[in-house]
Design a protein around this ligand. Structure first.
Ligand code: SF4
Length: 452
């Protein structure tokens, strides 16, 4: 029987001292993180004020009709009757009773949603949600997602990735390439693909891209482990200096590659990313993935699919208001060929016969409470859980949230948060509405584009 897992250990592996002195006596920050990530999973539940929280990764972004039914049933029978959609296209179940972890795991496993319990938190992938549906892009992303997930679940070392390490698989249209993936694949014309991590870019054959992504993930673990940085993500490497490799922790087969350049000296952030590139070259070579380094050109950029009928009537796109749906709303997405969950807290329903049928379904989903029009002011607004679900919150954020006036804040996305963690905030430029007390908020425009 599957069982829920205990929370990850929080004791620092370095005994609690994350800093050393460099040769000049100045402190050099050596560890990006002093504990394992506490991101919830389907088996490792987070205890929230409103009960247990489970997070299910959907590495292909796609659900069969039977899986939609299974998740709606799980929400009704074990949770609070709702599902949350995260900014990575994962699904949350909340209000879970203590001790129901085993029953939830059994249901998810029976639905084919837990192929490898040991890997369930590291299957973090976002995929272009209209790939292969609307005739745009180059068609490789869904196949990449299936192959990458199978490769991840087959490798024991991959369980050392954090629950936050993200793969972004973009079919070439540039929608998920801008979501801050630690490893990003971008399909190109002519059966080619770009592979990017830590500011380094390689070009290779599209069929090799999933194996290239694995090589880059392995290189990240090797560099993070050899430097004992505690990094959860590539940006953590970029944000810290590195210590000499003495006492480094062996985390994967790529350690030897990472322990070469710079392993015996104290270095800075640029060196950590340089080492990542060199380790990636070594891992790609060992995996026999032909890929050549290329200049880091800007990726194309496009936005999320607009709500409405798409693909000439063969599919439709809807968004969940504030990223949360009831189980009955979730079931209303059926019948469908498949239901794709988007990293913009929405759903793409495929398998519709024609435009008239799609328009009728769209009207029904609007009636069910989904956002179905591109001019809805709610599309620009997100909110964290807030009170009463989160003990850290200073306010009942979701009760307070209001959509902005259309021209306000230059059209930027707006995110309401109950505390300074700002869970689920958007990438790029956005408006930060931060609780300062019960019903009072500070409003600031922020831009984290440079952090990607
Ligand atoms: S931003 Fe703060 S209040 Fe909101 S869910 Fe996250 S931890 Fe809780």
């Amino acid at each position: 029987m599957l069982a829920a897992m205990p929370p990850s250990p929080s004791k620092p592996r370095n005994g609690g001292d994350p800093h050393i002195q460099d040769r000049a006596g100045d402190p050099v920050r050596t560890r990006a993180r002093d504990r394992g990530d506490a991101c919830p999973g389907a088996l490792r539940l987070h205890r929230a004020d409103d009960g247990g929280l489970a997070r299910l990764r959907l590495p292909t972004g796609s659900l069969t009709p039977a899986q939609v039914e299974a998740l709606a049933d799980a929400a009704d029978l074990l949770g609070d009757g709702h599902l949350g959609v995260t900014s990575r296209g994962n699904l949350d179940l909340r209000g879970l009773d203590e001790g129901c972890g085993g029953a939830l795991a059994e249901r998810l496993s029976a639905a084919g949603l837990l192929p490898s319990p040991a890997h369930e938190r590291v299957r973090n992938t976002v995929v272009s949600p209209l790939a292969g549906v609307d005739g745009r892009g180059h068609g490789h992303a869904p196949a990449w997602a299936r192959e990458l997930d199978a490769l991840l679940c087959a490798e024991a070392w991959a369980t050392a990735l954090s629950g936050r390490f993200l793969f972004a698989l973009d079919d070439g249209r540039g929608d998920v390439a801008g979501l801050g993936g630690d490893v990003t694949l971008l399909a190109e014309p002519g059966g080619r693909a770009l592979v990017r991590s830590g500011g380094h870019t390689w070009r290779g054959a599209a069929p090799d891209a999933p194996r290239a992504a694995m090589a880059l993930a392995e290189a990240f673990l090797a560099v993070a482990g050899a430097r004992d940085s505690g990094a959860w993500r590539v940006a953590d490497l970029a944000a810290t200096g590195t210590a000499p490799a003495a006492g480094a922790t062996e985390t994967g087969r790529g350690r030897d590659a990472a322990a070469g350049p710079g392993a015996d000296r104290t270095t800075g952030p640029a060196d950590a990313l340089r080492d990542l590139g060199e380790a990636a070259d070594a891992c790609l070579h060992r995996a026999a993935v032909p890929a050549e380094r290329t200049a880091p050109e800007p990726f194309p950029r496009s936005g999320p699919p607009d709500p409405g009928v798409v693909a000439g009537g063969r599919a439709l796109s809807v968004t969940a208001r504030l990223g949360r749906v009831s189980s009955s709303q979730f079931r209303a997405l059926l019948p469908a060929g498949e239901v794709r969950v988007t990293p913009w807290r929405g759903f793409v329903v495929t398998g519709l016969p024609d435009r008239a049928a799609a328009a009728a379904r769209l009207a029904a989903l609007a009636e069910a409470g989904f956002l179905t029009r591109p001019d809805s002011p709610w599309l620009r607004v997100g909110a964290c859980t807030g009170r009463p679900g989160c003990a850290k919150s200073l306010a009942d954020v979701r009760a307070d949230v209001r959509p902005p006036e259309p021209e306000r804040y230059g059209g930027l996305p707006v995110h309401w948060s109950g505390c300074e963690r700002r869970c689920g905030h958007p990438q790029g430029a956005w408006v930060d509405v931060l609780a300062t007390g019960d019903g009072t908020y500070d409003i600031t425009v922020r831009d984290n584009s440079a952090q990607r």
